[in-house]
Design a binder for this molecule. Structure first.
Ligand code: 2RA
Length: 337
């Protein structure tokens, strides 16, 4: 199994390397690709030193079985044919193909079985906030279909990649030293602040980030589920948090929901508020699961449930989800087809 990483020097590209090694992914060779600027950089993998090759339109992907791509939507669109023309499966973390009706948008725990088919050599990885949300919604949706979701996200600086995390750390130090605060990666100072603005505003006054949760969730859940989101950047380095209010077709009791969470692969419940135990990003950066807590009946709606989730944006929100899709393809003997 020959695997390629496209965008190897980026935050998600680096996480691909860590996750592949951590999970002992069954690859025989790993090839790294990047921009002209990152070509020549070297990264360790399982005791070897791998060198980034410049991505170009040539036969480099001839023997590749799986390409994990996270280099931005324009690169994914430009290189998808070059990557897949010899048969490689492209698991793409960009937004390029997510809403293409011919391309599956996959969170393995939620819809791999129904969504993945032999028709497409491209599989799209959802936006990090969508992945985290649908993993938490799925166990409840299986008990009683979810009609409506309201969600407020608390998105860490890692969503803007390494530069976002570096800027938050720099701003925190600048404030501590009483120095002028540099503002580049975000619209405003992030340290000691929250910014209700991620990506561009659309005509309906929602941001593109918020509308991703609306559209992607309907495609993944294969339902007309209504989602209204407010996406907020918060001064946290890694791991996104989400406050979710949902309405199901019929009322559900909390014990039944907790049992469903506890039996669902990919969800871990941390929910003992009297002991001050609930998911927090500081505790959960670098972990695999979607963590749920503050689970309670919504006092404003007899069919409503309120809950809180935390997941690592770069891991489960991007790199791990893509690698889990690759693992699913191998389990399903996809490459023997
Ligand atoms: C963010 N979801 O958090 C976007 C991209 N990862 O900035």
């Amino acid at each position: 199994m020959k695997v390629a990483i496209v965008g190897a020097s980026g935050a998600v590209g680096q996480e691909f390397l860590r996750v592949l090694e951590e999970r002992n992914f069954p690859l025989t060779e790993l090839v790294l690709f990047g921009s002209k600027r990152s070509a020549g950089r070297t990264f360790p993998y399982k005791g070897e030193i791998l060198t980034v090759k410049e991505l170009s339109h040539n036969d480099d992907f001839k023997d590749i079985d799986i390409a994990l791509t996270s280099a931005g939507a324009s690169i994914s669109k430009e290189y998808s044919d070059t990557i897949t023309k010899y048969g490689a499966i492209m698991i793409d973390n960009s937004s390029a193909f997510r809403m293409d009706e011919n391309i599956p948008l996959v969170v393995p725990e939620v819809n791999a079985k129904d969504a993945i088919s032999y028709k497409s050599r491209i599989i799209a990885n959802p936006n990090c906030t969508t992945i985290q949300m649908v993993v938490a919604l799925k166990p409840i949706h299986d008990l009683s279909p979810i009609k409506r979701v309201h969600i407020a996200t608390y998105q860490s600086a890692s969503g803007a990649g390494a530069s976002g995390m570096d800027e938050l750390q720099a701003q925190t130090e600048q404030i501590a030293k009483g120095e002028k605060v540099d503002v580049n990666a975000f619209a405003h100072q992030l340290a000691m602040n929250v910014i209700p603005h991620i990506d561009v505003f659309m005509d309906n006054d929602y941001t593109k980030e918020e509308m991703k949760m609306y559209h992607e969730t309907q495609k993944i859940m294969n339902s007309n589920i209504q989602v209204s989101a407010t996406a907020v950047r918060v001064p946290v380095l890694r791991a996104h948090s989400e406050a979710i209010w949902l309405e199901t077709e019929s009322p559900l009791d909390i014990d039944t929901i907790n049992k469903a969470f506890d039996q669902f692969n990919g969800v871990t419940r941390i929910d003992n508020p009297s002991e001050k135990k609930y998911p927090m990003p500081l505790d959960l950066a670098g972990t695999d699961d979607v963590y749920v807590g503050r689970i309670r009946k919504d006092i404003s709606n007899e069919n409503g449930i309120a809950l809180w989730t935390v997941a690592d944006q770069i891991k489960k929100g991007a790199a791990l989800n893509a690698v889990q899709i690759a693992e699913y393809l191998i389990e399903q003997d996809f490459f023997k087809a």
